[in-house]
Design a protein around this ligand. Structure first.
Ligand code: ZN
Length: 136
């Protein structure tokens, strides 16, 4: 589990934009219109800071006009006692079935680049959706 420092969002957005630009280069895109990112509730990443940081790192790139879409991912744990996998709240990591606190985190601290929408035709004709689903 990682806890980011404040304004680490800028570094995250830099890593994000690097991936987005790599995808758009592979697909020979002329611009990026939308970027979809999933953020685990335990990642410690602030949505608002991400929204603030994204335009800064996107300036003068193919993604300068792109819209950043952020989605929160639920926290899921696996119980070491009963084996159930349940969705839990971020500050209450106990088994949703039996209430045991000995649980393993399955998901909830990740950052994922889910989808990138690219403009592949400068005239505005073609857009393309790429799904790298890669960790940032
Ligand atoms: Zn349990």
């Amino acid at each position: 589990m990682k806890y980011w420092q404040p304004m680490h969002e800028l570094a995250i957005c830099q890593a994000l934009i690097d991936q987005v630009l790599a995808v758009s280069k592979t697909e020979h895109a002329s611009s990026v219109t939308d970027v979809y990112v999933s953020i685990g509730a335990l990642s410690g990443v602030e949505f608002q800071l991400m929204r603030n940081a994204f335009p800064i790192v996107a300036t003068d790139t193919l993604a300068s006009e792109a819209t950043l879409h952020l989605q929160q991912m639920p926290v899921r744990v696996r119980c070491e006692d009963c084996g159930a996998e349940t969705e839990v709240s971020a500050n209450h990591l106990i088994c949703g079935r039996c209430g045991d606190w000995r649980t393993q985190l399955i998901s909830g601290d990740e950052l994922l680049l889910q989808r990138v929408v690219l403009q592949t035709n400068p005239a505005g004709g073609g857009s393309q959706c790429v799904k790298p689903a890669a960790a940032i």
